[in-house]
Design a protein around this ligand. Structure first.
Ligand SMILES: NC(=O)c1ccc[n+]([C@@H]2O[C@H](COP(=O)([O-])OP(=O)(O)OC[C@H]3O[C@@H](n4cnc5c(N)ncnc54)[C@H](OP(=O)(O)O)[C@@H]3O)[C@@H](O)[C@H]2O)c1
Length: 274
């Protein structure tokens, strides 16, 4: 694909990884429609691109359709979509209710699917388009007390790769970016399953300790710009990679998790977080 990416729809553009990515893409000359429920977005500090803040809940199919139609009307097409909006729910698997599990899948899985679905007809008609999803290292590292978050991110990773195979013949490329710990509002926004807050829960102490250890890692994690730069690199690359884990340390970690005996992997993760 030789044509440069000029117009991007980015979800979760009001904060964290999304805001950092919006800024970097705009500074590199792209027009970024930064979507979120609040409709807030950063300003591009330099470069020729612009950030257009849009109110769009990824759970609202009508809102997504209207934003995509607006972009096509204003820009004559859409080159790429970055599905980044997401949230996390913590809690032991046994003590997370079906409603809480559904809430975890709502924005972070179905929101991605709905956004991609709205863009695919445009990309197929153009004969080109790029889809970037934001998964997580948690897709390959099964996190205790965040099991449903891990499940969602594993789902996003595999969905993105399956989509890459299905849409290649339409000129569409797909890439899933897997961040490790990043310092954003994600940590404070994380919900904890109601039952897990009960001190009589058999999981109570381990949940508190595990979630605090993960939150500490996130608070001490990398700047969101690291992920933004990785997304920018993929949007500029002639051929996007199906999966990208930013930073050498996290890509080594993913490599080790996939190759070491799973018994060893679970033991180490358990020692860290349980
Ligand atoms: N932080 C980490 O350590 C980490 C690690 C791995 C992966 N990730 C993933 O990276 C992505 C971005 O997370 P972040 O760390 O940047 O978190 P964040 O700072 O909490 O940002 C989340 C963004 O998503 C938006 N959002 C939430 N629900 C939405 C909805 N229903 N519709 C549209 N926008 C919505 C929020 O804006 P509004 O509230 O204005 O809607 C905000 O802009 C997530 O998918 C997360 O799972 C994060």
């Amino acid at each position: 694909m030789k044509e440069p990416v000029k117009t991007v729809l980015l979800t979760g553009g009001s904060g964290g990884i999304g805001a950092a990515t919006a800024r970097l893409l705009a500074e590199s000359g792209m027009t970024v429609y930064a979507a979120s429920r609040s409709g807030k977005a950063p300003e591009a500090s330099s470069g020729e691109g612009v950030i257009v803040p849009v109110v769009m809940d990824v759970n609202d199919e009508a809102a997504i359709a209207s934003v995509v139609a607006r972009i096509v009307a204003e820009r004559g097409g859409l080159d790429a979509v970055v599905c980044n909006a997401g949230n996390g729910i913590a809690g032991p698997i046994e003590e997370t209710s079906v409603e809480e599990i559904q809430a975890q899948f709502q924005t972070t899985f179905f929101g991605v699917v709905k956004t991609i679905d709205a863009c695919l007809p445009i990309f197929r008609n153009q004969g080109r388009g790029r889809i970037v999803t934001v998964s997580s290292v948690a897709a390959v590292a099964p996190l205790p007390y965040q099991g449903f978050y891990s499940a969602v991110k594993a789902g996003i990773l595999n969905l993105t790769k399956a989509l890459a195979i299905e849409t290649r013949r339409f000129g569409i490329q797909c890439c899933s970016v897997m961040p490790g710990d990043v310092r954003t509002g994600f940590t404070a926004a994380r919900k904890v399953a109601a039952k897990a807050k009960d001190k009589d829960s058999p999981y109570y102490e381990h949940t508190v300790r595990g979630v605090e250890a993960m939150s500490k890692d996130e608070r001490e994690g990398m700047e969101p710009e690291v992920i933004g730069r990785a997304i920018l690199r993929q949007l500029r690359a002639r051929r996007m990679r199906p999966e990208v884990t930013p930073t050498f340390v996290y890509s080594l970690l993913v490599w080790m998790i996939r190759r070491f005996p799973q018994r060893v992997v679970l033991k180490v993760i358990g020692k860290m977080y349980s």
